[in-house]
Design a protein around this ligand. Structure first.
Ligand SMILES: *[C@@H]1O[C@H](CO)[C@@H](O)[C@H](O)[C@H]1NC(C)=O
Ligand SMILES: *[C@@H]1O[C@H](CO)[C@@H](O)[C@H](O)[C@H]1NC(C)=O
Ligand SMILES: *[C@@H]1O[C@H](CO)[C@@H](O)[C@H](O)[C@H]1NC(C)=O
Ligand SMILES: *[C@@H]1O[C@H](CO)[C@@H](O)[C@H](O)[C@H]1NC(C)=O
Ligand SMILES: *[C@@H]1O[C@H](CO)[C@@H](O)[C@H](O)[C@H]1NC(C)=O
Ligand SMILES: *[C@@H]1O[C@H](CO)[C@@H](O)[C@H](O)[C@H]1NC(C)=O
Ligand SMILES: *[C@@H]1O[C@H](CO)[C@@H](O)[C@H](O)[C@H]1NC(C)=O
Ligand SMILES: *[C@@H]1O[C@H](CO)[C@@H](O)[C@H](O)[C@H]1NC(C)=O
Ligand SMILES: *[C@@H]1O[C@H](CO)[C@@H](O)[C@H](O)[C@H]1NC(C)=O
Ligand SMILES: *[C@@H]1O[C@H](CO)[C@@H](O)[C@H](O)[C@H]1NC(C)=O
Ligand SMILES: *[C@@H]1O[C@H](CO)[C@@H](O)[C@H](O)[C@H]1NC(C)=O
Ligand SMILES: *[C@@H]1O[C@H](CO)[C@@H](O)[C@H](O)[C@H]1NC(C)=O
Ligand SMILES: [Cu+2]
Length: 600
């Protein structure tokens, strides 16, 4: 046996050993799904357009499994562009290979090819979702994931009689890819949606829509589990049902202390599990969705549509000329209602569902999340000599240009990224103030990641800024982990007094949570999942402008604490990679001139 064969043999044995171990660890079932990605025509708001969807459906198919199962999803790309899929909220222990964000953990699945994701479930239970993680394709490529309790166990509440999935999304009548590509090249504002949808339909208040309004049939007396997914691209959402209160019992794949409420506010990326009791007079009731804007009240360029679906009781009654609209649905700028709801979210934190908040913090980071400008004297977009950007600690993320970060890390290839994402912003100032020193809003681009040792107990305080009068909520999403929200507050974070108020008893455990407008958010997690994990604002417009970075969590000392082997058929990278580094090409002189105040 020559040395090459010997090596192969050892590698083979190693893989067998690994497989052996992982089979021992697999407690749940294994499922196989096929996703066929293809363009299809859809008609909404009186206009027909072709768009990319999975298996001809919008929203896409549901993945329904039990806690701890493993799912193989073979994604067949029959579209025109490369694409990736992310399994939002699935922690994927040791398996960043199947996480999905393009140019971070993989290169896109090219048209005409397929790639099988191995989606490994562990602690998650409740509702999650999957979505494309390439450009803005997630607008149409998304669907719900339902994680039922393990076989033989049950919910921490009376078993509901039935369940109902509600996927909230944004509808754009134009060709979204064209609109986004053009805006990114010119530095102009990114598009607003034309309506929101509930399970694919905008509802009775939208043109050419009332024939197709989504109807949900209920039986009087039954309790339903609503599984709500906010798949909207760029908006936090208020949701309510006329004459019916809601009991929120879960969020982001973890149970919470029940919240009885007449409305919810759900950020993009978040999912909620809600008990709904059909115990009002039999009849028909609207459920409604409305945009919540945390931006400056002068920003009015957002989707104002009142999206609806109908809750229809089965039975013999006179059908009303119009169902009742929920009077409890807050209005567009109702900051207090939004904050009031968010502040009530708490972990169950009991014996069966304990919390495990890191208490011995070994890594502290303080990170500003900000609207910025990026110097570009030749650009014609929104600002003088500059275009809009976003940043974290004043670094505006750009994807690597030769390969993805995970591949470069795993193969020790230099040049794709740097490991110097800073723990602090370059300067401290009155972040939530009204006046700023000149040019402090200028940011720089970079592909900087933060490297963490295995087992580090991490605390991050995200500080919102008011640069460019652009203070607003930023729903931050971390891949590969859930985190505890230990603190949330207004104004500048005070590192002496604010930590005294941290909730270490029953903080919510989530994967996406808003850094509040003119305020801060403190989170904690244990870095026990080795890999490359993207984190970013879940407003796609902010993601496109650079409010992103990645953690590299190093391997621990053992195989069980190290990244798994890559699949043999990872999509290969086509160099040079497409990137959102903005060029001076393709500028359109007509885009200059006076504008109404831009929304961010
Ligand atoms: C998607 O469509 C393919 C081809 O029709 C089918 O084999 C597959 O089972 C479908 N997948 C889902 C999740 O429905
Ligand atoms: C899709 O719609 C476009 C026009 O909106 C039309 O030209 C095209 O033929 C349609 N394609 C299919 C497959 O129906
Ligand atoms: C999936 O891709 C593999 C190559 O990675 C190829 O051998 C196989 O035929 C493809 N399957 C389908 C159904 O296209
Ligand atoms: C909903 O809850 C509020 C506050 O607890 C209560 O005032 C209201 O009557 C409830 N509405 C319904 C329809 O049960
Ligand atoms: C309907 O159910 C809710 C939740 O269980 C309860 O709070 C409310 O009082 C009930 N209302 C009626 C009219 O029975
Ligand atoms: C949605 O409903 C609110 C409250 O009734 C109303 O003020 C608003 O104008 C409606 N939006 C649209 C686009 O009609
Ligand atoms: C519905 O109610 C009406 C009036 O109460 C009655 O005449 C009719 O027979 C009922 N229909 C059914 C199917 O029960
Ligand atoms: C906010 O919540 C408090 C109690 O937590 C309540 O007193 C107040 O009325 C609520 N405000 C709104 C606008 O709902
Ligand atoms: C806290 O972390 C430090 C550094 O890793 C370690 O030396 C110390 O033993 C830890 N303390 C506790 C109570 O776990
Ligand atoms: C920051 O700016 C706000 C708004 O102008 C002001 O109210 C606050 O006092 C300032 N804070 C500090 C520490 O200067
Ligand atoms: C607390 O914040 C101040 C700036 O406001 C900074 O100088 C100091 O280093 C911070 N302390 C810690 C422990 O981060
Ligand atoms: C831009 O709009 C402002 C406010 O409407 C107006 O005062 C100003 O004259 C406009 N400037 C140009 C160049 O049109
Ligand atoms: Cu944001």
């Amino acid at each position: 046996m020559n040395s090459k064969n010997m090596y192969t043999m050892i590698e083979y044995l190693g893989i067998m050993l690994l497989l052996g171990q992982s089979f021992c660890m697999v407690q749940g079932d294994v499922h196989f799904y096929d996703f066929i990605l293809r363009e299809k025509n859809f008609t909404r708001l009186c206009k027909t357009k072709s768009m990319l969807v999975v298996n001809e459906s919008f929203p896409g198919p549901v993945i329904r499994i039990h806690k701890g199962d493993t799912v193989y999803v073979n994604v067949h790309n029959q579209g025109y562009y490369g694409i990736t899929i992310h399994w939002h909220g699935v922690m994927q222990p040791r398996n960043p290979w199947s996480d999905g964000p393009e140019y971070v953990t993989q290169c896109p699945i090219q048209p005409g090819t397929n790639f099988t994701y191995e989606v490994i479930f562990s602690d998650e239970e409740g509702t999650l979702w999957w979505h494309a993680h390439s450009d803005w394709t997630r607008a149409t490529v998304h669907g719900a994931i339902i994680v039922l309790p393990r076989v033989g166990s049950t919910y921490p509440f009376a078993k509901p009689d039935a369940e109902e999935i509600l996927v909230l999304a944004a509808w754009y009548t134009g060709d979204l890819k064209e609109l986004v590509d053009e805006a990114l090249v010119t530095g102009n504002d990114l598009p607003s949606s034309d309506a929101y949808t509930i399970n694919g339909e905008p509802g009775d208040f939208c043109a050419c829509s009332n024939e197709m309004t989504y109807r949900w049939m209920v039986d009087y007396g039954k309790t339903y589990l609503l599984r709500v997914v906010n798949a909207v691209m760029n908006a936090e959402i208020f949701y309510a049902v006329a004459e019916h209160n809601l009991t929120v019992v879960g969020m982001d794949g973890h149970y919470i202390k029940p919240i009885s409420t007449s409305y919810i506010m759900v950020s993009p990326g978040q999912t909620m599990d809600i008990l709904f009791k059909a115990n009002q007079s039999v009849g028909q009731y609207y459920m409604a969705v409305r945009h919540y804007s945390s931006e400056d009240p002068s920003v009015t360029a957002f989707d104002h549509v009142n999206t609806t679906a109908i809750v229809e009781y089965r039975g013999n009654y006179t059908i009303p000329s119009s169902p009742e609209f929920p009077s409890t649905l807050p209005s567009y700028l109702d900051f207090i209602s939004a904050r009031n709801f968010t502040n009530r979210i708490r972990s169950l934190a009991n014996k069966e569902y304990p919390v495990d908040v890191p208490l011995n913090i070994t890594k502290r980071m303080f990170i500003t999340v900000s609207m910025n400008s990026l110097y570009c004297p030749t650009c014609t977009g929104g600002l003088d000599d500059a275009i809009i950007a976003t940043s974290m600690n004043n670094i505006s993320w750009v994807n690597p240009s030769t390969t993805d970060v995970l591949y470069a890390y795993y193969r020790n290839i230099s040049g794709a990224y740097t490991s110097d994402f800073p723990d602090y912003p370059p300067s401290f100032y009155n972040f939530t103030g009204d006046e700023f020193s000149e040019n402090i809003d200028l940011t720089v681009q970079g592909t900087k990641v933060k490297v963490l040792n295995y087992g580090e107990e991490v605390e991050i305080v995200f500080q919102g800024t008011s640069l460019l009068s652009g203070s607003m909520n930023h729903p931050m999403h971390l891949h590969g982990y859930s985190f505890y929200v230990v603190g949330i507050g207004s104004n500048n974070f005070d590192n002496e007094t604010d930590p005294k108020g941290f909730n270490l008893v029953d903080p919510p455990e989530v994967n996406t949570f808003g850094v509040p407008k003119k305020g801060w958010l403190a989170i904690r997690f244990l870095a026990n999942n080795p890999g490359v994990w993207f984190w970013h604002c879940h407003f796609d417009r902010h993601l496109s402008w650079g409010m992103n970075t990645a953690f590299i969590v190093k391997n621990g000392a053992t195989t069980e604490t190290s990244i798994r082997q890559p699949p043999v058929d990872m999509p290969t990278c086509k160099v040079p990679l497409k990137s959102w580094i903005r060029s001076d090409d393709g500028l359109d002189e007509e885009e200059t001139g006076n504008k109404t105040k831009l929304g961010y």
